[in-house]
Ligand binder design. Sequence first.
Ligand code: G6P
Length: 477
Amino acid sequence: MISLTERESTSRFIVASNSEPYQHVRSDGEINQEKRAGGLTTGLDPIMKDSENLWIAWGRGSADFEVTDDENKVTVPNEEIGYTLKRLELSRKEINGFYYGFSNSTLWPICHSFPHKANLEKDYWEIYKNVNRRFANSVLEEYKPGDKVWVQDYQLALVPRMIREEEPDAEIALFWHIPWPPWETFGIIPWKQEIVEGILGSDFIGFHTSWLVHNFLDTVYKLGGAANRGENIARMGSEKAVVKAIPLGIDTDFFSRTEEQEKKAKQLKEDFCCSKLVLGVDRLDYTKGIDRRLEAIRTFFDEYPQYRGEVSFIERISPSRSKVQEYKDMREKIEQLISQINGELRGETWVPIRYFYQHLPQKELIPYYIAADIGLLTPLIDGMNLVAKEYVATREKGMLILSEFAGAAETLTESIQVNPYNPEAVADALHQAINTPEEVQKEKFSKMRVKLNQMDIHWWRDRFLDEWELSTHGRAS
Ligand code: G6P
């Protein structure tokens, strides 16, 4: 692999993503800069920290445009080691059509294999195209030959081709952070051809797992392109891209514990528990299977009544996309289920489920990871599920119960893997986890931690850049 220092001297990066790496928010009369949650900023900051580099994103912080110059630019994270963040200001109509609309009411449910939830409104599609055009134009305004343009995720699927049309020799790559569905599901989108052609403006495309690469190549083939599965190459018309699985990792160093976090964890356990504490952490989303998990918890206490009063669950849920009806309905359903279960089962001091609907910065989640004897992450489908990785990285022992439909299951093979649709299986997995001897737990966690350290966020970035480099060498062929 090429080292970071070698890389720094050779290329200038332009990253384009919907979410920005840093937001400016106003609180108590002051403007604060906040790092957005998630691994992407941590992974990309080390290659971006050079004044030449540029990140283009939608500015959605409350004070974002109070700190930018007349080109909507600001240096982040600071002047000494900073790069330029260029913010796009979206109108209310653009936010509704592009973000809440086509990105999160059409592509999101389709890509997560919930076609019946997809809204196929043409207006949303038109606005999505226009906003992708704005992103592409913003890149093109800045582009100089030799720059590397790295586009992120499903919100910007059309951007690679829009850039390629103007700059045929540009080096362009895309990482798709969510699942790619089977052809029969993707095929429902009336504008599927344009979307796939848009993506294929890239030289290199990354997904989290090999089965997502497989689904994507299948879609290309069904749409009349050529898919070489042995060599991971997709072709359509004059476009050719290399498509590979590179699972996103986490910053494992960030998750090493401090004394203060340990103290807080002890307090949490005393406040909430009993003998075993089980933790779920999710963004509020129907793909996370929170309602099914709650049914499984009820099944668990029915099938194994000996754990009543002994085992407690924490469900930490962060608010998300709260203007989309699906998300509002989901929240209501979850809250009803929790109060039913707690109402039926609670004891004098024992509460079966502690529920929090609030965003917590990553650092503040660590005490919860430390306190929980078992991590219970059962998305119905998930591109990756970084929380599973974070839980493991924080601990030397414990048990992880993980959905077999989460991308992380491909790496975390020592977890207990369950079908999230089957409440009996999840209940049995909980019983098994509670009774797993400590030596076995330690062995499993040590194996998983070795993998997480090897395939961390820095590995992911370097692997992606190496594969991208190789793919551009072969472009003429
Ligand atoms: C997923 C997507 C990201 C997105 C995140 C949070 O992880 O892959 O692109 O940023 O969800 O969703 P939000 O709509 O709040 O940006």
